[in-house]
Ligand binder design. Structure first.
Ligand SMILES: Nc1ncnc2c1ncn2[C@@H]1O[C@H](COP(=O)(O)OP(=O)(O)OP(=O)(O)O)[C@@H](O)[C@H]1O
Length: 576
């Protein structure tokens, strides 16, 4: 928790790079990086390599990934400028510049880490036949978009919101409608000043990656629109047949949000307060006012869908800027930085997905480790004329079967609820899970809790998941009225993010069994794709260790480091 520059200096990079046997030097992530690089150069199959960086939140995965990228940007620097064009930044700079952008939009201050990544990422550094960096690509996983509209106590929204409110110039404040000192409900703890609040770094990086000032302006204006959207609060109408009411102050926020998002105020309000129902043989259209809770859900949903699309688009733009044609590179080194195992007092679909990914990676590690152990044993047996049969041990396979197995698993049951479009009752769903999966030894339940739940015994410990809202989260529905207003916005950026041709509605009614697209089905398939890539490479592992849960500089607490459940923060363990 304190930068020690000599530990990651260019001189040290060089020392590991030129050493005859880097593994004989002091243990360092550069030793792993150099070994990985030499493996590529040796051309021994598999040529492609991956480094899997793991550890609990705040342990240093993102920091380590950044250092590894700097290492390769230095030792594998490209020899020529891009396409002979001096105006375009060199590939190494562009790759490194992707970090501040991804962190500004995808990281946030949490209880465990001031700069916590709220998404997973796999970066491929592509090398040409001379083993120089010639291209790169980034794949992201499951952004925690709920954070846009909900921040847990003492946590913050994504850094970018604080950057724009703190760093905008007087002129920009006027254009983005962000007066100094204004209060935003979705911007808690803004009095805390973090080094991650620096707007200039993000802007420069965006510019270097080809996002010009006018597009940047557009992005920040839309983000300001979201902050105003968050201040809209509804109250119950006197008459239930009428739409929810707005206080005078809220009316101003609707107007500003509408102006910033370039959506007519009346249309914006209607999409938030009125549901359109089509029914009957004649497909008659009815309009029904939403309850106050529904209005709140719609407001939050609008913000989440805009932010998630914006993040997706940024990743696309970054990839366009750093990727070159596959014919120009011959091998790659992949860096995987995914969020570690999570166990909070309350866990839901997000934690289920994250912990499932960690189960998969743990299994990958164990399989690789056992294979690596058995090869020398096999050779030894062979030298003595004995036969050795390989053990294909699947670590905690029953846990993975429980989560994703076929035909019955928690994922398949969740998807079934979505497919049948059942307005799920968590108690009934709990019964369904228990009936279908009670044979699995990794499944249990907290019988003392009044809330419907299930417990999974993960490799790293037991985690209790709450069933309330889990099916809804898996459906992740976007009301069609919201898609409609976004598609009709006059804003250039929103028009790009929500083109009219695209159907954003996750309409489960019209989807057949095979095609049901849910959060878990999308996550599972992107993870399977990642595992396929990892399995085709030679893996290397870096395990980051958090020296103390309070993120204090120069403090090493042995008892916390060796604790079997390092993923609990102190307050959470005492709550438990
Ligand atoms: N090698 C290091 N030297 C000095 N400080 C470090 C080092 N590694 C990490 N840190 C400090 O720890 C903080 C947390 O690190 P980082 O954000 O990389 O954690 P993480 O494992 O990626 O967490 P999360 O899973 O929450 O994203 C950094 O912001 C930095 O302050």
């Amino acid at each position: 928790f304190q930068p020690i520059s000599c530990l990651y200096s260019p001189e040290l990079m060089r020392e590991y790079h030129v050493a005859v046997r880097p593994q004989d030097l002091k243990p360092h992530i550069f030793a792993v990086a150099e070994e990985t690089y030499r493996n590529v150069q040796s051309q021994i199959d598999p040529i492609n390599q991956s480094i899997i960086v793991s550890g609990e939140s705040g342990a240093g995965k993102t920091w380590t990934s950044r250092c590894l990228m700097k290492f390769y940007a230095s030792v594998a620097a490209s020899v020529t400028s891009p396409k002979g064009n001096e105006a375009v930044e060199r590939i190494e700079k562009r790759v490194l510049d992707s970090n501040p952008i991804m962190e500004a939009f995808g990281n946030a201050c949490t209880l465990r880490n001031n700069n916590s990544s709220r998404f997973g990422k796999y970066i491929q550094l592509h090398l040409d036949r001379f083993h120089h960096l010639s291209s790169a690509s980034i794949q992201t996983f499951l952004l925690e978009k709920t954070r846009v509209a909900y921040q847990a106590p003492n946590e913050r929204n994504f850094h970018i919101f604080y950057q724009i409110t703190k760093g905008a110039t007087a002129e920009e404040r006027l254009a983005w409608n962000l007066p100094e000192g204004a209060d935003y409900r979705w911007l808690p703890n803004s009095e805390r000043n973090l080094e991650e609040d620096c707007f200039e770094v993000t802007r420069d990086a965006m510019f270097h990656l080809g996002i010009d000032h006018s597009t940047q302006n557009n992005i920040f204006k839309v983000l300001s629109g979201l902050l105003h959207l968050g201040n809209i609060q509804f109250s119950n109408p006197g008459d239930e047949s009428l739409p929810c009411e707005l206080e005078d102050k809220a009316k101003d926020f609707v107007k500003t949000a509408g102006d910033l998002l370039k959506i007519p105020v009346e249309e914006l309000l209607e999409s938030l307060r009125i549901r359109t129902i089509t029914a009957g043989k004649q497909q008659q259209v009815f309009k029904k006012p939403c309850s106050r809770t529904e209005c709140d859900t719609r407001r939050d949903c609008l913000a989440k869908v805009i932010y998630a699309k914006l993040f997706e688009w940024l990743v696309l733009v970054i990839n366009e800027s750093i990727y070159t044609d596959a014919s120009l590179w011959t091998s790659f080194i992949g860096l995987l930085d995914v969020y570690g195992f999570e166990a909070f007092p309350e866990n839901n679909l997000e934690q289920l997905c994250i912990n499932y990914a960690n189960e998969k990676l743990q299994q990958h590690f164990v399989a690789h480790y056992l294979k690596a152990q058995q090869i020398p044993t096999e050779l030894k047996y062979a030298s003595e004329g004995l036969q050795w049969s390989f053990i294909n041990y699947q670590d905690n396979q029953s846990c993975l079967d429980l989560i994703e197995g076929n035909p019955l698993s928690i994922f398949s049951l969740l998807n079934e609820e979505c497919r049948l479009n059942r307005s799920s009752n968590p108690d009934l769903f709990q019964t369904r899970i228990e009936k279908a999966l009670s044979d699995n030894q990794c499944l249990s339940r907290d019988k003392f809790s009044k809330k419907p739940n299930f417990i999974i015994s993960h490799y790293a410990g037991k985690v209790c998941y709450q069933l309330a809202a889990m099916v809804e989260k898996n459906k992740d529905p976007i009301p069609p009225e919201l898609v409609h207003v976004l598609q009709n916005s006059k804003d250039d950026l929103l028009q790009k993010l929500f083109p009219i041709a695209e159907n954003h509605q996750n309409n489960t009614k019209t989807q057949n069994r095979a095609a049901v697209v849910t959060v878990v089905s999308k996550f599972k398939s992107s993870l399977e794709n990642l595992m396929q890539i990892l399995n085709s490479t030679k893996p290397h592992y870096i395990r980051c260790i958090k020296p103390n849960a309070d993120c204090k500089a120069m403090t090493f607490r042995k008892e916390e480091v060796i604790s079997p459940k390092p993923f609990f923060t102190k307050s959470e363990t005492s709550q438990k």
